[in-house]
Design a protein around this ligand. Structure first.
Ligand code: NAP
Length: 310
């Protein structure tokens, strides 16, 4: 099934179910990353109609971008894909330093282009705000890169509401990527009124709350990566969250779908959101997530799901 959406005001038109690629080459984030499986996942995803990939320099410190570049080059369909990446963490004396200066943004975009084996990036995000650079100046540098054709759209991520407004003072911000899922709905009040009013598309990260909302964890599930420190996956909070997921499962069963699809469809029905970028570890998960396109939620179902997590 194919259904395309435009990302905000940009000229990027994509399958709304993208791929969050922090597990592609993300050796610094997850244990046991298998690059052969990563490549197989990408090939399967693209063959199944996924055309929108979200990566970043920090996913494997360039490795995610390199693997994506290799597979896209091998498949020969760069034109058919929308690739989003992010930069701003530079390595100085072995330490990560966040840098939004125009000079560094130009440098990091060039480095991403090389790793991705392409001459344009569809959507480039400032991954994190730094402390010193005026946000409109950083975005102004991206506007120049857009005018030169190196990037096609401008994104910011992890910006506070005030930083977003400053960044968008000239109206150049196309996309905001921020933490949002059924367990963390702060963005609905903090960002959505502004992003909707200013035609900025909101891309939620952690749509499955790092896997919990995909519906397969039980109280006996344990984590051996960055998830072991996440409060919503520990102790009593974890059990309470699992109970909410069970309520979703009743609705999913009724609709003959999976919890993961129900959750993604709920996000896509929000006015503020055009696309989602669930992370996936296996080709099977990607194929499953793409099935969200077959799902339609009624207003009553939307409300019930929202109420479970209100
Ligand atoms: P997520 O999408 O909330 O959860 C991903 C996890 O969900 C996978 O690792 C997998 O867990 C599970 N999963 C996915 N599809 C599934 C399916 N169909 N059935 C069962 N389980 C499924 O978390 P995320 O990957 O960290 O975040 C999504 C994307 O957002 C990232 O890949 C990245 O591109 C972006 N991101 C951006 C920022 C930022 O600062 N801008 C921060 C974080 C993330 P298992 O490991 O248990 O299989």
């Amino acid at each position: 099934m194919s259904k395309k959406v435009r990302i905000g005001n940009t000229d990027l038109v994509v399958n709304p179910i993208g791929l969050g690629a922090n597990a592609i080459g993300g050796h610094n984030l997850y244990n046991g990353i298998d690059e052969q499986l990563n490549r197989e996942l990408l090939r399967t995803a693209i063959n199944e109609g996924l055309d929108y990939i979200d990566t970043a320099f920090t996913y494997g410190m360039g490795r995610s971008e390199e693997i994506i570049g290799e597979v896209v080059n091998e498949m020969g369909n760069r034109q058919g894909l929308t690739i989003a990446t992010k930069g701003t963490q530079r390595i100085v004396d072995g330490e990560r330093v966040i840098d939004n200066s125009p000079a560094y943004l130009r440098e990091t975009v060039d480095a991403s282009l090389k790793r991705l084996q392409t001459d344009y990036i569809d959507l480039f995000y400032i991954h994190y705000p730094d402390e010193n650079t005026p946000k409109y100046e950083a975005v102004g540098a991206l506007k120049e890169l857009k005018d030169s054709g190196k990037i096609r759209a401008i994104g910011v991520s992890n910006f506070s509401p005030e930083q977003l407004k400053e960044a968008n003072q000239d109206g150049y911000v196309d996309v905001l990527q921020g933490h949002y899922n059924l367990l963390n709905r702060q963005a609905e009040t903090d960002y959505f009124p502004y992003t909707i009013a200013n035609n900025i598309s909101f891309v939620p990260y952690f749509p499955f709350a790092s896997g919990l909302l995909a519906g397969k964890y039980t109280k006996d599930t344990t984590f051996d990566d960055f998830r072991k420190n996440m409060p919503h996956l520990q102790g009593e909070a974890f059990e309470q969250n699992l109970a909410k997921v069970e309520k979703l499962r009743v609705i999913a069963n009724d609709k003959q779908t999976e919890v993961s699809n129900l959750v993604l469809a709920w996000y896509l029905a929000q006015d503020a959101i055009d696309t989602v970028i669930p992370g996936a570890k296996t080709p099977k998960q990607v194929i499953r997530n793409l099935k969200t396109l077959e799902l339609q939620l009624t207003p009553a179902e939307m409300e019930t799901i929202g109420r479970i997590f209100s």
